[in-house]
Design a protein around this ligand. Structure first.
Ligand code: AMP
Ligand code: ZN
Length: 138
């Protein structure tokens, strides 16, 4: 399924040109236009899924091996020492394009520095209560 007004549907299916680094029958991997670091890429499925909760099992099973393949190529080609796999779900989580995608962000010893979360604090009771709430919804 594709959505008429979805920019990533158009890019993934070749309707809008992109700097493509990998393509197969299910995915296109492109360079992000606003890279967090040199080499920042996006894995786009050709089918439209809104977010991770919308994926079917076949797609879900293929996306992490592809992330590993592209990440390994980044390390070889760009000399990054590692890479982040980032995937945002929902506006509050930072999702701005509502077509499932995975960010691959090369990380270099010399930077750039990137913001991460600050570790917080939670009591064992709080962890138990929160854990129980999630378990009961599975
Ligand atoms: P997210 O915030 O997780 O939804 O990420 C959306 C990402 O898509 C951002 O990193 C943008 O820089 C990137 N982006 C948006 N439009 C384009 C485009 N036309 N081509 C390449 N990357 C894009
Ligand atoms: Zn789409």
């Amino acid at each position: 399924m594709r959505e008429e007004d979805c920019i990533f549907c158009k890019i993934a299916n070749g309707g809008i040109p992109s700097e493509t680094i990998y393509e197969d029958d299910m995915f296109r991997v492109i360079m992000d236009l606003g890279p967090a670091s040199k080499g920042h890429a996006l894995i786009l499925p050709k089918q439209h899924y809104r977010d991770i909760c919308d994926l079917d099992e076949e797609m879900a099973a293929k996306v992490l091996p592809l992330a590993a393949k592209i990440g390994a190529a980044m390390k070889k080609a760009l000399g990054c020492s590692g890479f982040n796999v980032v995937q945002n779900n929902g506006k509050e989580a930072g999702q701005t394009v509502f077509h499932f995608h995975v960010h691959l962000i090369p990380r270099y010893e010399e930077g750039p520095a990137m913001v991460s979360w600050m570790p917080g604090k939670a009591s064992p009771e709080e962890l138990a209560q929160t854990g129980a709430a999630i378990r009961s919804a599975l």
